[in-house]
Design a binder for this molecule. Structure first.
Ligand code: NAD
Length: 285
């Protein structure tokens, strides 16, 4: 094959003359670069021309998702209850992102979030409901307020953001919710959280059914143990976690962001009502 190529090149050089041959070679090289760039652009920019909201994106998994969606070409509304963090992440992304304060458990703030997105970018294609809280509390000591706060953010917040988003979304839009393996496995100290994420999984399936008529897909990603500011574990506890994970590492926000970006893309058009577990194999044991 190599030999055949050399003979062909020599033949063309003799036929064209040195100068013409150099011109010809340059043109071929430039064409190759352009084809390569187009392939790369096609593979990288799955979300070009899409507008996405990510809640709880001021840090951790949400920040990773916002940055990934932007890297795939989407315009991103970086939203968080912590306005400073939302704005910092938006600034780091650049001109195709804005930071907006929103407490997802508050309906008027959620309505304002959707309004800001459509006013700034003209539409909404992707809603990522990522914001969630997981304050450890022993069941025997849990107060009604402790219980209610977690349901308000994790479960009611998912309902409010999904409902508000789907009022403005067109056919082909995507809802992606960040659930947890706590929806399918028990964790001591997290009865309120496990209940809320179990509720989220049920919500995903029922909402997917109703929204299929509008051709809006609803799916969830269920992370395992992910390194984020919210999960600050002492080293020995971290090692205990890692020992239980088949791939022998904690997950990173990028691991979750990759799965979210896929479910948010047109490539996931035929997937709805599903919970994609991203946990390094923890729950298959
Ligand atoms: P994190 O605590 O690091 O970040 C959460 C972000 O959400 C923060 O920026 C916080 O300000 C924001 N937030 C909190 N309450 C909010 C509210 N009411 N409205 C809007 N924003 C709010 O958390 P994380 O680890 O990145 O987790 C993100 C999501 O992933 C959560 O839904 C969580 O349940 C889920 N999850 C995380 C893990 C993990 O191991 N980190 C595992 C499974 C699921």
């Amino acid at each position: 094959m190599e030999h055949e190529c050399i003979i062909r090149v020599e033949y063309r050089e003799r036929r064209l003359g040195k100068q013409e041959f150099i011109k010809y070679s340059k043109a071929i090289a430039l064409r190759g670069i352009s084809v390569f760039r187009n392939i790369k652009r096609r593979n990288m920019n799955h979300l070009e021309d899409k507008v996405a909201i990510v809640t709880g994106a001021g840090q951790g998994i949400g920040e990773g998702i916002a940055k990934k969606l932007s890297a795939e070409g989407a315009k991103v509304i970086v939203s968080d209850i912590n306005e400073d963090n939302a704005k910092k992440v938006a600034q780091a992304i650049g001109e195709n992102a804005i930071g907006v304060k929103c407490d997802i458990s508050n309906k008027s703030e959620v309505d304002n979030l959707i309004k800001q997105a459509t006013e700034k970018f003209g539409k909404l294609d992707i809603m990522v409901n990522n914001a969630g809280i997981y304050p450890f509390k022993a069941f025997a000591e849990m107060t009604e307020e402790d219980w209610q706060k977690v349901q308000d953010v994790n479960l009611k917040g998912t309902f409010l953001t999904t409902q508000a988003a789907t009022k403005v979304m067109k056919e082909g839009s995507k809802i992606v919710i960040v659930s947890s393996i706590a929806a399918i496995q028990g964790f001591a100290g997290l009865t309120h959280y496990c209940a809320s994420k179990g509720g989220v999984n049920g919500f995903v399936r029922a909402a997917a059914l109703e929204l299929s008529a509008k051709k809006i897909n609803v799916n969830a990603v269920a992370p395992g143990a992910i390194n984020t500011p919210g999960v600050q574990l002492p080293e020995d506890q971290k090692q205990q976690f890692i020992a239980q994970i088949p791939v022998k590492r904690m997950g990173e926000p990028a691991d979750i962001a990759n799965a979210v970006a896929f479910l948010a893309s047109d490539e996931a058009d035929y997937i709805t009502g599903q919970i994609l577990v991203v946990d390094g194999g923890w729950t298959i044991q």
